[in-house]
Design a protein around this ligand. Structure first.
Ligand code: AP5
Length: 212
């Protein structure tokens, strides 16, 4: 299965993509995670990307397209993939169509997760991420003993771009640059629209239902 998860910051793309990847046995490819990993490692890509991410802006298409093309060429992605955070502009979507068709592949579906803006802001303010294993937490919902990850015991951290002032910019960038992809994929007959409110299990069941 070759899937794209689409939706605004905080919609739950990462949460649901991880579950789907486990269910389907394909890699979860999160461009945000790749960029944050590069930033933490201090690579040239990471240093360049941090400047955009910290501002809530998009990393240039030329950088992102090359990065995703390289990742999709790795053997594990031959079985399928769940792309989370890419594409994010019409140019990225067209580049993805091109790279897949050159390899004789195509997307099976694009899952758009819709959540009202006030709920997105609440979720982003309450998000914590394990600094060791990357597990996602929500302070309003998850018990995390001693502020540590209940899976591996690692420290629970707040993402730099989840600060209130950056969240507003990220939501505006989503509306301007990424929301037009809904029409792009609807026109191709690939769009599956899912309500992203309710529990994480309920949202997962809705997505699974849409994918058949
Ligand atoms: P990225 O990491 O992709 O961030 P994003 O798209 O803004 O999405 P988020 O990770 O914020 O949210 P999510 O939808 O995954 O929600 P989550 O599951 O975590 O990108 C970060 C930056 O990298 C970008 O701003 C840009 O600079 C750069 N970048 C990345 N890709 C790029 C690209 N292609 N082009 C250019 N630049 C790029 O859930 C959020 C919270 O809600 C969590 O706490 C979770 O536990 C909780 N939650 C989830 N589901 C529920 C539920 N049903 N009920 C209650 N809480 C829930």
């Amino acid at each position: 299965m070759q899937l794209v998860m689409l939706g605004p910051p905080g919609a739950g793309k990462g949460t649901q993509a991880k579950r789907l990847a486990e269910r389907l046995g394909v890699p979860h490819i999160s461009t945000g995670d790749i960029l944050r990993g590069a930033a933490a490692a201090g690579t040239p890509l990471g240093k360049r990307a941090s400047r955009y991410m910290d501002d809530g802006a998009l990393v240039p298409d030329s950088v992102m397209v090359g990065l995703v093309e390289e990742r999709l060429a790795q053997p594990d992605a031959g079985r399928g993939f769940i792309l989370d955070g890419f594409p994010r502009t019409v140019a990225q979507a067209e580049a993805l169509d091109g790279m897949l068709s050159r390899g004789g592949r195509r997307l099976d579906a694009v899952v758009q997760v819709a959540v009202p803006q006030d709920e997105l802001v609440r979720r982003l303010a309450g998000r914590r991420v394990c600094g060791d294993c990357g597990m996602l937490f929500q302070v309003a919902l998850d018990q995390s003993p001693n502020g540590r990850c209940d899976s591996c015991g690692g420290p629970l951290l707040q993402r730099d771009d989840d600060r209130e002032e950056t969240v507003g910019r990220r939501l505006a960038v989503y509306e301007r640059e990424t929301a037009p992809l809904v029409g792009h994929y609807r026109a191709k007959g690939l769009l599956r629209e899912v309500v992203g409110t309710g529990s994480r299990d309920e949202v997962f069941q809705r997505i699974a239902g849409e994918l058949g």
